[in-house]
Design a protein around this ligand. Structure first.
Ligand code: UGA
Length: 441
């Protein structure tokens, strides 16, 4: 089948690569010439495990192409996927200008039946606005062509995006036309083997499902972070409590890891956007507000612990930082907790020596060259002449380090662990002053 995808970011590229991988003829459209140039050379503009290889092999097979020309895009695919960004506005609402621009472009070039599929995370009611924009442009052209708009939200996780797309938990199809459900069902057949994954519903329910999933996951995390702060004060160990509650299948073990707060391009933005949509519709979403407030506070937690340890004076101190990306297996720094920590350290006169397996380039792009930030080639290098080690992203290579080496290299044996990777007893026995989340030190 022929598929066009507007937007070559995480969602667009993964969708394009995976749909091409199962034999479809995919054309990706983007307005950024550098990005398209890079993709045509077989280079992925983002780091995502397995993506480069998949882009290259499908491009070589002629099933995946890239263009700057929207007209080609509209002519190419029966399915017109919108996967452009929806960055948050100042007030937390999602900025729909890119989505609506694509809807307009489709209207400008449409000359036969097309299905417009919204994959971007968009507020409830966006499909109606997409339909209205495309219709408005068609009216201007004096054309009365038929088209459908579908909401088909994406649930991929960065770092596991290919696998999530190839083996989805569910495929949500929101439509008001049963015929489009069947056409999308045909497109998704290769990803819908063994058991039925397609859940069809009306458009607004599909749009809300995406926000509901992310907000509930964010709520689980904020709940655990809140509990970790209570546990610290009560002489309890949040890790034991986590095990204790996770064993209840109604609660489950997933997404109840306390830490340095959630980040990334989705949770912070989506919780705020849902809160904003609720407010616009006359409802004060108190729980969502609290989820966000707890996360804001949690992101400052590591700096508070560090500051407390040094009696409020970190001026002139150097901190070794392990991990910069908002979570492992990505180079994404959007809303990363490491940024809150580094910025607080810098404001208070401390400097940072950091290592991340993938995010140095992004870090440099955001902060440029500065005297109080050194990006090191290995985790060990960060320790040289540093006053303490701070672990903030749980990359697997940080899970079992050489503690003797850490102790020897640091100026003093002090570790702040924002992800509870190590055992307090083991570290105490090795002479470390160890500070983690929701446990006794
Ligand atoms: C999230 C959702 O998990 C995906 O299902 C969804 O499709 C995606 O957003 C999206 O809307 O596009 P992602 O942002 O890639 O995916 O990252 P997650 O793996 O969900 O992690 C989010 C943050 O929560 C990270 O900062 C992570 O460190 C934190 N987290 C996660 C915790 O602090 N504790 C946990 O137990 C789990």
């Amino acid at each position: 089948m022929k598929v066009t995808i507007y937007g070559s970011g995480y969602v667009g590229l993964v969708t394009g690569a995976c749909l091409a991988q199962v034999g479809n003829d995919v054309l990706c459209v983007d307005i950024d010439p550098d990005k398209i140039e890079k993709l045509r050379r077989g280079e992925s503009p983002i780091y995502e495990p397995g993506l480069s290889e998949m882009l290259q092999s499908n491009q070589a097979a002629g099933r995946l192409n890239f263009t700057l020309e929207p007209e080609e895009g509209v002519q190419h695919g029966l399915f017109q996927f919108i996967a452009v960004g929806t960055p948050p506005d100042e007030d937390g609402s999602a900025d729909l200008q890119h989505v609506l621009a694509v809807a307009g472009t489709i209207g400008e070039h449409l000359d036969e039946y097309r299905i417009i599929v919204n994959k971007s995370t968009v507020p409830v009611g966006t499909a109606d606005r997409v339909r209205a924009r495309t219709r408005e442009i068609l009216d201007k052209r004096g054309l009365d062509l038929e088209f459908d708009v579908v909401s088909n939200p994406e649930f991929l996780k960065e770092g596991a995006a290919i696998d999530d797309f190839m083996r989805p938990d569910r495929i949500i199809i929101g439509t008001d036309n049963p015929r489009t459900t069947e056409l999308l069902r045909a497109l998704y057949t290769p990803f819908n083997r063994n058991r039925e994954r397609i859940i069809a519903m009306n458009i607004r329910s599909a749009e809300l499902t995406k926000y509901a999933a992310n907000s509930l996951l964010a709520t689980k995390i904020s709940f655990m972070n809140e509990l970790s702060n209570i546990a610290e004060r009560l002489g309890a160990d949040i890790e034991a409590v986590r095990n204790g509650i996770g064993s209840d299948p109604r609660i489950g073990y997933q997404f109840i890891y306390p830490g340095a707060g959630y980040g990334g391009s989705c949770f912070p933005k989506d919780v705020r956007a849902l809160e904003h949509t609720a407010k616009e519709n006359g409802y004060d979403a108190e729980l969502l507000h609290a989820v966000e407030a707890v996360n804001f506070r949690q992101k400052q937690k590591l700096f508070e612990k560090i500051s407390d340890h040094y009696n409020g004076d970190v001026k002139g101190k150097t901190f070794a930082l392990w991990g910069l990306s908002f979570k492992p297996n990505t180079d994404d720094m959007r809303d990363a907790s490491s940024r809150v920590l580094m910025e607080s350290l810098w404001e208070n006169g401390a400097s940072v020596q950091a290592f991340d397996p993938e995010a140095h380039h992004e870090t440099q792009r955001i902060y440029g060259e500065r005297d109080d930030l050194r990006l090191c080639d290995t985790p060990e290098q960060t320790l040289e002449d540093a006053d303490a080690l701070v672990v903030i992203t749980e990359w697997s290579q940080f899970r079992s380090p050489d503690f003797d080496l850490i102790r020897d290299k640091l100026r003093a044996p002090v570790i702040f662990d924002g992800r509870n990777l190590y055992e307090p007893e083991t570290l105490a026995a090795r002479g470390f002053s160890y500070h983690s989340i929701g446990r006794q030190t």
